[in-house]
Design a protein around this ligand. Structure first.
Ligand SMILES: [Zn+2]
Length: 423
C-alpha cells in the first residue's frame, strides 16, 4: 500500500463528487431535494455509473433500482465486503445525509485503484434507492424491496404533496412496481460477508468532541410510526358552549400527550431506551379562533433499541387514548402502524472497525444511532453490520445541515482501512 494517506490523497476527488452531485440537486427554494425514484436520484446513480466505468468496476442494478459497483478481489469465490448508503434526500434537506456514505464508498474504491491495491475479496459499493420516509411515509423502500419485504400496501402510499402513489413514482423512474413486492430477495444476502455504512451522525455528540470526530455505532434504533391519526370531538361555538358540554379535540390531545410524556419519563428512569415525538399536529382546515376544535390530525414516531419496548409503549398509547376518549367524549383513530426494526451491530466487525481506526491513527468513540438506516435492513437479512459516523453540524433533515471535509476524510479512512485489512 502507498505511504500517502487517503485523507490527503483522496480529498480532492471526494470534494469533486460532493460538488458535482450538489450542482444538479439544488432545490429552487432552499437546500437540496433528491426524491427517491425521482429524476435527480436517477441522475446521481447515472453520475456514479460514469465514475465506475472510469475505474473499471462491475456495474449492476437490481430489479428495484439499487445500484451495485464492484471492485473484483483476487479470490472471487469469497463473499464480498459491502459498503454504501442512499443517494436520496428529504425535501429541502442537507447535502450530506446519505450522500456522505455514497461518497465515502466511491472514494474508497477510487483510492484502491489509485494506489493499485486489489483486495482479497470483492468490494461492492451499494447505492440504496429511497431511504427517506418524508416523500411517501415509508423508510428504506429500496433496501426493503431488495430484501423482499416491501408490500402492496406500501406501493399504495401517497406522495406528501402530489397526487401520486409510490407505485406510480417507481414506474416513472423506469422500474416495475410489481418487481418491488416480490418476496424473493433481489440479491443473495449470503454472499455478503460484512456491511459497513458511513453516515453523518445527525446529532450533536461527535461534534461536541475535540478528539473523536468519528464514531463507531453500537446499535440502530428501530421505530414505530403512524402517519396520520385522528382525534375526533365535536366542533362548536367557543362562546356558547360551557365546559361540561365540550368535546374539545385539542384539549383531549393535550391530555393524551401529557399522560404519554409522564409514562415516557418513568420508562427512562426504569432504564428503557425510548424517544417519543408527535411531529404533526393539525386542527381541521375549517378551524378558527372562535370555534371549539372538533378534529385534530397527528403523527406518532417512537424509537428504541428494543422492539419490545416499542410494542409495549404503543399498546400503552392506545390504552391511554381509549381512557382519554372515555373521559372526554372523543374518539381516536390510529392509521396503519409502520414499523422499522432495530438492529444490533456485529461484535466482531465492531472490534475490527476499532482496530482499523487504531491502525489509521484516528481517534473514535462509540455512539448509538438514533436515526434508522438501511444497515438495519441488512442486519435483519443476517448480514454482519457496523456503521461509521462522522461529526456534523446544525442537525440533519434540514437545509442547514453541515459537515467538515476534515472529519469526513477521517471517517472515510477508517472505512477504507477496515475494508483493506479485513482479510
Ligand atoms: Zn440517511
Amino acid at each position: 500500500m502507498s505511504d500517502q494517506r487517503l485523507r490527503e490523497g483522496a480529498r480532492a476527488f471526494a470534494q469533486k463528487v460532493f460538488d458535482d452531485i450538489k450542482a444538479f440537486s439544488i432545490d429552487p427554494v432552499i437546500g437540496v431535494s433528491r426524491q427517491g425514484y425521482g429524476p435527480l436520484e436517477n441522475r446521481a446513480h447515472e453520475y456514479l455509473k460514469d465514475i465506475a466505468r472510469e475505474l473499471d468496476l462491475e456495474i449492476k442494478v437490481d430489479r428495484c433500482g439499487n445500484l451495485f459497483l464492484t471492485l473484483p478481489g483476487t479470490d472471487r469465490s469469497l463473499p464480498s465486503y459491502m459498503t454504501g448508503s442512499h443517494a436520496d434526500s428529504v425535501p429541502q434537506g442537507g447535502h450530506y445525509d446519505g450522500l456522505a456514505g455514497v461518497v465515502a464508498a466511491i472514494t474508497t474504491l477510487w483510492w484502491m485503484r489509485k494506489i493499485g491495491f486489489t483486495p482479497k475479496r470483492d468490494v461492492t459499493m451499494v447505492v440504496f434507492r429511497m431511504e427517506e420516509s418524508s416523500w411517501f411515509g415509508k423508510a428504506y423502500v429500496g433496501s426493503l424491496a431488495m430484501a423482499g419485504q416491501l408490500t402492496q400496501e406500501d406501493l399504495a402510499l401517497k406522495h406528501r404533496d402530489k397526487d401520486q402513489t409510490l407505485a406510480e413514482a417507481i414506474k416513472e423512474a423506469g422500474f416495475d412496481p410489481q418487481d418491488m413486492v416480490k418476496t424473493e430477495p433481489s440479491i443473495d444476502f449470503s454472499r455478503i460477508a460484512a456491511f459497513t455504512e458511513l453516515h453523518i451522525e445527525q446529532g450533536p455528540t461527535l461534534d461536541s468532541q475535540d478528539k473523536a470526530r468519528v464514531g463507531i455505532v453500537t446499535g440502530i434504533r428501530g421505530n414505530l410510526r403512524h402517519k396520520t391519526c385522528l382525534c375526533i370531538g365535536q366542533t362548536a361555538h367557543s362562546g356558547a358552549v360551557d365546559k361540561q358540554y365540550r368535546h374539545d379535540a385539542v384539549m383531549a390531545m393535550g391530555d393524551l400527550l401529557m399522560r404519554m410524556e409522564r409514562h415516557w419519563a418513568e420508562w427512562l428512569v426504569r432504564g428503557e431506551d425510548l424517544v417519543f415525538t408527535v411531529g404533526v399536529f393539525k386542527t381541521a382546515a375549517s378551524s378558527a379562533i372562535a370555534i371549539i376544535p372538533g378534529e385534530v390530525s397527528f403523527s406518532v414516531d417512537m424509537r428504541s433499541l428494543s422492539m419490545d419496548t416499542l410494542d409495549r409503549f404503543h399498546k400503552l398509547l392506545v390504552a391511554e387514548a381509549n381512557a382519554v376518549g372515555a373521559d372526554r367524549g372523543v374518539t381516536f383513530e390510529f392509521d396503519r402502524t409502520l414499523v422499522c426494526k432495530a438492529a444490533d451491530v456485529d461484535k466482531a466487525l465492531f472490534s475490527h472497525l476499532h482496530d482499523a481506526a487504531q491502525k489509521a491513527g484516528i481517534t473514535v468513540m462509540d455512539v448509538p444511532s438514533g436515526a434508522g438506516h438501511d444497515a438495519a435492513v441488512m442486519a435483519d437479512m443476517g448480514v454482519p453490520i457496523t456503521m461509521v459516523f462522522v461529526a456534523n453540524q446544525d442537525g440533519s433533515h434540514n437545509p442547514h445541515e453541515k459537515m467538515k471535509m476534515d472529519d469526513f476524510m477521517l471517517g472515510t479512512e477508517v472505512l477504507f482501512t477496515a475494508i483493506a485489512t479485513y482479510d
